[in-house]
Design a protein around this ligand. Structure first.
Ligand SMILES: [Zn+2]
Length: 246
């Protein structure tokens, strides 16, 4: 093979590699607070649920822990028609928990960027409207996003440019969502073996949380861990500990 052709091939591969890397990787994706302090972020996906989130908040209350709830549009839109949903979401705000965007329909969005942009914007508007009804004005830049199934793929960079949310929140995901099938001991073990300063932990709005969550919080607090979230102007706001990073 001629040397010039070889160089061309190498260059093409390299350029393709750099392109795919740059379009895949986004500095918006975060999985922790960059900090030396013993702090964690506890997050619950898939709500709101009038019963399950209410129970979860009762437990969080016992330990004075503030969390973040990443919720879907299909569930959040019931805020205006279902008094139970209104009550549970209003309590999240009143108690100092944070509301996050978990898409509208909780689908897989590969190659469906236009739909994803629309859904994320719709849920941003729902969340802003709910805060507004609670007398709080919040901007899109202060609403965290978590992708359903923690999906990240090439082309997501386009979506991230189109919506105004700076933080797309990943974190450690075990199998708490399988509840009994995973069991308390294994759920706790999964989280305990993935702890590090600033780590964001993914959990779910499930009835089974009441089985593992109290012991989890009890243990972590006895080890000196604190908990942060996205609620500004509070002593549990993550910025009191550091910036978000991957
Ligand atoms: Zn989810």
């Amino acid at each position: 093979m001629k040397k010039s052709i070889k160089i061309l091939i190498v260059f093409t591969i390299l350029a393709g590699f750099i392109f795919s890397l740059s379009s895949f990787k986004s500095n918006k994706e975060v999985g922790k607070i960059v900090t030396k302090e013993k702090v964690l972020m506890l997050t619950f996906d898939d709500g709101p649920s009038a019963t399950e989130d209410w129970e979860i908040m009762n437990i969080l209350d016992q330990y004075n822990v503030k969390a973040t709830f990443f919720m879907t549009g299909v569930n959040l839109e019931k805020y205006d028609s279902d008094p139970g949903i209104k009550k549970v979401v209003d309590r999240m705000i009143k108690d100092g928990h944070s509301l996050g965007n978990h898409s509208y329909y909780h689908n897989k969005y590969t190659n469906n960027q236009t739909q994803l942009v629309k859904e994320l914007n719709d849920v941003n508007n729902l969340i802003k409207g709910i805060y507004e009804q609670n007398g709080i004005s919040i901007e899109t830049k202060d609403i965290p996003i978590r992708m359903p199934y923690l999906q990240y793929y090439r082309g997501l960079g386009y979506v991230q440019k189109k919506v105004g949310n700076p933080y797309w929140v990943r974190g450690y995901l075990g199998t708490d969502y399988l509840g009994e099938e995973t069991g308390k001991d294994k759920i706790l073990k999964q989280y305990y073996s993935h702890l590090s300063n600033g780590k964001i932990l993914v959990a779910h709005t499930r009835e089974y949380a009441k089985v593992w969550l109290p012991e989890f919080l009890e243990t972590l607090q006895s080890e000196g861990y604190k908990f942060a979230n996205f609620t500004q102007n509070t002593n549990h706001y993550y910025q009191n500990y550091g910036k978000l990073g991957s």
